[in-house]
Write a protein that binds this ligand. Structure first.
Ligand code: PEP
Length: 249
């Protein structure tokens, strides 16, 4: 099945008004029409800035998290409806940094995906094993458990999600999974999606994330079940991010 690849940048907690403007202008220099789908997941304070600078282009805005709750006494959180107000199209949920530093559980991640879907925002659901889990031969069990929670809560709506396989040991470390390592986990996830949403599984995009860069993107993206990338560090450098986008036709 042919589907457009998705390249999503995760800026994490980086940037300021001036550097964001320079980065976005460089990304949009060619007019902002890309052959694949492209998004930048920015810190929430900059949504309005990015929305304004990307207006009229095909660069989509993404969030790095979303509350599982609709409104109320949840200090510091942003609801899916608030994201929607700023034209947010994607929300990363369950990034390993949130699982690790904010204690996010599989169930919470599943609820966040549900909140995003209910607001018409596409959740980018991150799954991935730590190095210790990989060494213990637990990779498949870990990613299947993480994805199963999202399938359980979201049922047939999972045809609307994006999955990102992000081995924790590859994030921000410069150690990338080999294309074969990544493809074999993507195939496991695809089979799981097939079981849950048979007719739609082939259309669900499964991104790879973890030190993807301008030099290794093409060979990763050439694998059968790698439908795009979630890019951290390299998304902060316009020439690198543009090269990754170019590799994703
Ligand atoms: C990420 O934060 O999702 C990520 C993949 O980071 P990096 O590309 O820097 O490894």
């Amino acid at each position: 099945m042919t589907k457009k690849k998705l390249i999503a940048g995760n800026w994490k907690m980086n940037g300021n008004l001036a550097s964001n403007e320079a980065l976005l202008k460089a990304l949009l220099q060619g007019g902002g029409s890309f052959e694949c789908d492209v998004a930048v997941c920015t810190p929430a304070p900059y949504f309005a800035q990015v929305q304004a600078l990307a207006a009229g282009t095909s660069l989509a805005l993404g969030a790095q998290d979303v509350s599982a709750h609709a409104s109320g006494a949840y200090t510091g959180e942003q609801s899916a409806a608030m994201l929607k107000d700023f034209g947010v199209r994607y929300a990363i949920v369950g990034h390993s940094e949130r699982r690790q530093f904010h204690g996010e559980t599989d169930d919470l991640v599943a609820s966040k995906a549900a909140a995003a879907l209910a607001a018409g925002i596409t959740p980018i659901v991150c799954v991935g094993e730590t190095l210790a889990q990989r060494d213990a031969g637990e990779t498949e069990a870990v990613v299947k458990r993480q994805l199963a929670a999202v399938i359980h809560v979201n049922g047939h709506c999972i045809s609307e999600i994006v999955v990102a396989y992000e081995p924790v040991w590859a994030i921000g470390t410069g150690k990338t999974a080999t294309p074969q390592q990544a493809q074999s986990v993507h195939a496991v996830l695809r089979a799981q999606l097939h079981h849950a949403a048979s007719a739609h599984a082939a259309g669900i995009r499964i991104l790879y994330g973890g030190s993807m860069n301008a030099a290794n993107a093409a060979e990763l993206l050439a694998e059968n079940d790698i439908d795009g990338g979630l890019i951290g560090g390299a998304s902060l450098k316009a020439p690198d991010f543009l090269q990754i986008i170019a590799a994703a036709r």
